[in-house]
Design a protein around this ligand. Sequence first.
Ligand SMILES: Cc1cc2nc3c(=O)[nH]c(=O)nc-3n(C[C@H](O)[C@H](O)[C@H](O)COP(=O)(O)OP(=O)(O)OC[C@H]3O[C@@H](n4cnc5c(N)ncnc54)[C@H](O)[C@@H]3O)c2cc1C
Length: 393
Amino acid sequence: MDFDFSPEEQKFAEEVDAWLVENRDPVVMDHHRENFTQLSDTPERRAFMKKLAAKGWLGMSWPKEFGGQEIEGVYEYILNEALSKHAAPQIGKGVGIIGKTLIRHGNDFLKQKFLPLILDAEIEFAVGYSEPEAGSDAANMQLRADKVEGGWLLNGQKMWTTSAHFADWYWVGARTDQDKPKHDGLSLFLIDMDNPNLEVQSLPTIGKDTTNQVFFDDVFVPDEYLVGQQGKGFQMISEALDLERFTMFTLSPIANRSEVLVDWVKEAKRDDEPLKDDTNVRRTIAHIMTDTAVAKALSTRFVCAAKSGGKPPTIESSQYKLFTTSLSQRVCKDALDIQGHEGTIMEGQDDAPLRGRFEGAYRATMNETVGGGSSEIQKNIIARRHLGLPKNF
Ligand SMILES: Cc1cc2nc3c(=O)[nH]c(=O)nc-3n(C[C@H](O)[C@H](O)[C@H](O)COP(=O)(O)OP(=O)(O)OC[C@H]3O[C@@H](n4cnc5c(N)ncnc54)[C@H](O)[C@@H]3O)c2cc1C
């Protein structure tokens, strides 16, 4: 297994890095907010995404016939990591999840309408799978889609829809066949977020970010906005979730945080004693740096699997998500322990060490271990698909 990038991949990594330095915009690339910048919408952020589109860096792995370059997914990985290292917004759900699923399963109308808009960074999407009784068990969705003349009428509720407060289009799973087994009765739709019968209500999270719940009251969706075959929604959602884990979780914020912590420890004192001389602190830092190196090796394995397989690497992406989100949480928690009671001072308050960065980041890591499939579900995937263990144990 070759862990190094090829000369072309290395050249691309350097090109992206240099471009991000040259195009640094403190409004959209704020290290303090790390990679959560994609969760808020500003004109500056949209302008930044248009610049990325103009560089031809959106949809690089897509087929040429749909405006892509048909190059390996590793280039998207390199781009994502660089964006994350510079605290810039990620390429997003349109390119990574919705575009790829539409290319595989969408009708000609949907491909022609959405793929160019995605590549030009013209639209933002929200993804609606979760409901009050359907989180980890996505197949249990109850949002109802009833067939009517020329389309479908949707009624019910979604939970935890990130970006619904600014997205233009909604990618939604709904139950189109009430009598079929639960996995076979679901279908996927694209819905204009301007639909007056959709009501978006904000849901604050334990981190700084906000997600939403969305209510559907006779929302009409025309026939042509059904994605793929009726009743095949669950299979498409499973594919899209693998793509999500593959594209959405990057290592750079963790590496950045570890380095920031080490730099701080080098200078900080407690009771006039340098922290860097404290044996416990040194041991904690050594653990963090070792595990960050392990995470790097896992991510490389994951890239190698993507390079050789052509398909989203399911098990590797679960291993990677489980390990990195828990490491991310541990780095923040260890940092707070090292900072002592001052670590609990929040951002914006006087005397907050490192502007309260670790206090806010620690709360935000609770979301990381849940969103995109919780840690327990990743363990189930690894246990069953990789270790061959029985379904329940
Ligand atoms: C910040 C944030 C943003 C999100 N954004 C979106 C979004 O944009 N779109 C969207 O559709 N969803 C989104 N989600 C929802 C997220 O995907 C779900 O919260 C997640 O899948 C867990 O579902 P749940 O909250 O219903 O918990 P539940 O499924 O009720 O699970 C509760 C607990 O039980 C555990 N558990 C459940 N089943 C099993 C099992 N079989 N074996 C072992 N343990 C199990 C879970 O791991 C969890 O710890 C978001 C969530 C958060 C926190």
